[in-house]
Design a binder for this molecule. Structure first.
Ligand SMILES: [Fe+2]
Length: 163
């Protein structure tokens, strides 16, 4: 009579076929026109963010919920991403947009501080979500590293400016 304990134990690992499916499970990479359009939307959004924060950092009242130095630091980040996105677009042979995103005009209609922070949060969250969504579809190593840093910085700034 044998017990289950007498059964031979399988010691070798099953063959892994994952590599054969890699190309099928990976989301399709962004083609150049779609990639340029995506980077230009980000550029327009960051330009709007930089312009909004350039105004708001001089208008932070004591009850704003965030200090002028913090708003100025976020403004500088937004400006740095405008420059970086422009460089990547040029390197990839695409024309950088000179448009400012509609976020700017909408933001200029908001005067109360809690509402301003809520609107900023909405815009920055949108940017973070877009990058998180598109990153797996970007092959270009330098651009992916840039966008990863941009994503992490946005996540950091979202916490700093939480409404
Ligand atoms: Fe931003």
């Amino acid at each position: 009579m044998t017990s289950p304990d007498d059964d031979p134990i399988e010691v070798s690992s099953p063959v892994c076929y994952a590599h054969e499916f890699e190309d099928y499970t990976r989301p399709p990479r962004l083609q150049s026109a779609e990639l340029a359009a995506f980077l230009n939307v980000l550029l327009e959004s960051e330009r709007a963010g930089a312009r909004v924060l350039a105004r708001w950092c001089h208008e932070a009242t004591p009850d704003a919920g965030v200090g002028p130095e913090t708003l100025a630091a976020v403004r500088d980040d937004e400006a740095r991403y405008c420059a970086g996105l422009t460089e990547h677009l040029q390197r990839l042979g695409a024309e950088p947009s000179h448009v400012t995103g509609r976020f700017y005009d909408k933001a200029m209609t908001i005067s109360a501080w809690p509402d301003r922070l809520r609107f900023l949060d909405k815009g920055q969250s949108w940017v973070a979500r877009e990058i998180r969504d598109k990153l797996p579809r970007i092959d270009d190593t330098a651009l992916a590293a840039f966008l990863q840093e941009m994503l992490e910085r946005h996540e950091h700034n979202l916490k700093l400016c939480a409404p």
